[in-house]
Design a binder for this molecule. Sequence first.
Ligand code: SF4
Ligand code: SF4
Length: 384
Amino acid sequence: MNAPEVVKHQPGPPLWLLAELTYRCPLHCVFCYNPVDFAHAPDELCTDDWLRVLREARAAGSVQCGFSGGEPLLRDDLEVLVAEAHKLGFYTNLLTSGVGLTDARARALKDAGLDHIQLSFQDSTRELNDFLSHTRTFDLKQKVAATIKDHGWPMVMNCVIHRLNIDYIDRIIDMAVELGAEYLELANSQYYSWAMLNRDQLLPSREQIERAERVTNERRQRYGERIRIFFVVPDYHETRPKKCMNGWGNVFLTITPDGTALPCHTARMLPGLAFPNVRDLDVRSIWFDSEGFNRYRGKGWMKEPCRSCPEQEKDLGGCRCQAFMLTGDPAAADPVCDKSPAHHKVVEAVVRAERGEVAVVAKPLVFRGPEESRRRLAGLAGMK
Ligand code: SF4
Ligand code: SF4
């Protein structure tokens, strides 16, 4: 019998480019999505490298460019990069904690053509905002919000939601309205990187999530057109995973500070995959031809239960990083799915959250930072 013909998945262009300019950041968020071992990251790409990446990505079909980090404002060449992206025709977006967004820099970024700024908050109160980021940044963020408005950008706010702030979601929404935000993203923490280290303390209970959704809907009614609120549901409380990054290597291209190209910002953790670097290869070859970007494209890589599942198209088997973190196998079904043999691992974490078993007093939070990152790297090296 002839082997079935393998249909090669034909990807579209990398529509969304995320330029992670640096892992440096003055904040120390407990849910940070930067890699836990970021302290070992080699040199950052220089300005000329980034300019070339922008041109290559645009030529390969990218249309949106997000400048992120770490804190992208720590790069002195941010305005140069934004200006080039604007000239090339990208829709440009800055994802920032606000630290470093002085009036002068805001003016320079406006002149460079920056289209959009997303400002992150940790909570609506000074105490919790400053505790969760381990910095005194609450007042500064309020000032930056005003600066963003003064320069005529739409006001887009983001707050990562978890067990420690989810009960104050009403106040977070009210604060966003008071600051004149047009959009508010309430993104429930995803459990990767630093958030995974703190998962037991951060995962909310189902009751907390249901209340938060109810309160969000009430506030939507109350504020109507004044603000659009996006509530991103946490997948640990679901029985089907999300289509991660809208599909591996489908629309989303991340370039990390050292030039490594990834299909999502946490994919570097996956074993047995060599991701290419923009110092060695052009963006078009990386996107269309590299092993790293092709490995989990489409459905040809799937094992059971995904391989014969009638719902394949809906979620493409979920997140490869979550599958690896919870099962040790990056080609397994995402354990959020109740058809996964490892689904019980997600259920157990949720049950612990329901019982409120792990209080912050019993297990201290781990704050993101270079020293903690180096400590963990040293620990890993000691285990080898
Ligand atoms: S999540 Fe917090 S610590 Fe991490 S890059 Fe963003 S602002 Fe910095
Ligand atoms: S078995 Fe796989 S493809 Fe089917 S719903 Fe679950 S994760 Fe998705």
